[in-house]
Design a binder for this molecule. Structure first.
Ligand code: DX5
Ligand code: ZN
Length: 215
């Protein structure tokens, strides 16, 4: 199976959002990655539910939600109503992570946990068997277009070892992912990649998505 690719809409041109989503619709992308930032958990604000509703209406691809917000529990229902196929919450924002995961899955949506660069994968030891996805941040969350953190490879490899208990686990990497580091990420154990600027700032985003799929 080729890896799953989730272009991050954050890097798209919001002035021509419909054209951007239509491009993704005809591409080989598997998901559209939706970055939600609240200006509190991360030092940036992205977009809110009205914009996400527009993306949902335009998109024929499933939506992969990445919640970079405090108190994500308050917004799970709204994310489900806005068409989320996957909802990922930050480990660092969830004091009752087990309950949060359960409440996402009870809505019939896949649940993921995101780890910031400083958070070791070992913190997930006691929940790994119930997770649909783990998202390893390869930059500090908050902004697109940052430099990839090299330590990510060994983190992904450790996670893959832990995932022996959960062979269907999606191992997603987000931040600074490009055609140069994708191969090593996949060899380390990643099976789902997010890419923002590597896709939308490229000359031909459709070709770039295609190249990611055939790495
Ligand atoms: C960072 C976001 C990423 C970002 C990826 O906070 O979570 O999804 O949009 O963009 P690139 O690929 O440009 O690093
Ligand atoms: Zn993201």
């Amino acid at each position: 199976m080729s890896i799953l690719i989730a272009p991050s809409i954050l890097a798209a041109d919001f002035g021509t959002l419909n054209t951007e989503v239509e491009m993704l619709n005809v591409s080989d992308a598997d998901y559209i990655h939706i970055d939600i930032m609240d200006g509190v958990f991360v030092p940036n604000i992205s977009f809110g539910f009205p914009v996400i509703e527009s993306i949902k209406k335009l998109s024929s691809k499933p939506l992969d939600f990445h919640l970079m917000i405090q108190n994500p529990d308050l917004y799970i229902d709204q994310c489900v109503e806005s068409g989320a196929a996957i909802i990922s919450v930050h480990y660092e924002a969830c004091p009752h992570l087990h309950r949060t995961i359960q409440s996402i899955q009870q809505k019939g949506v896949k649940a993921g946990v995101v780890l910031n660069p400083h958070t070791p994968v070992s913190v997930l030891e006691d929940v790994i068997d119930m997770l649909d996805l783990v998202l390893i941040m390869s930059v500090n969350p908050g902004f697109g277009g940052q430099k990839f953190i090299e330590n990510t490879y060994q983190k992904v490899a450790k996670l893959q070892q832990m995932a022996i208990k959960n062979p269907d686990l999606l191992i997603e990497v987000d931040g600074g992912v490009n055609l140069q580091n994708a191969k090593q990420l996949i060899e380390s154990g990643a099976n789902m990649l997010v890419a923002g600027s590597a896709i939308f700032a490229s000359k031909n985003p459709l070709n770039t998505i295609n190249e990611f799929k055939s790495v």
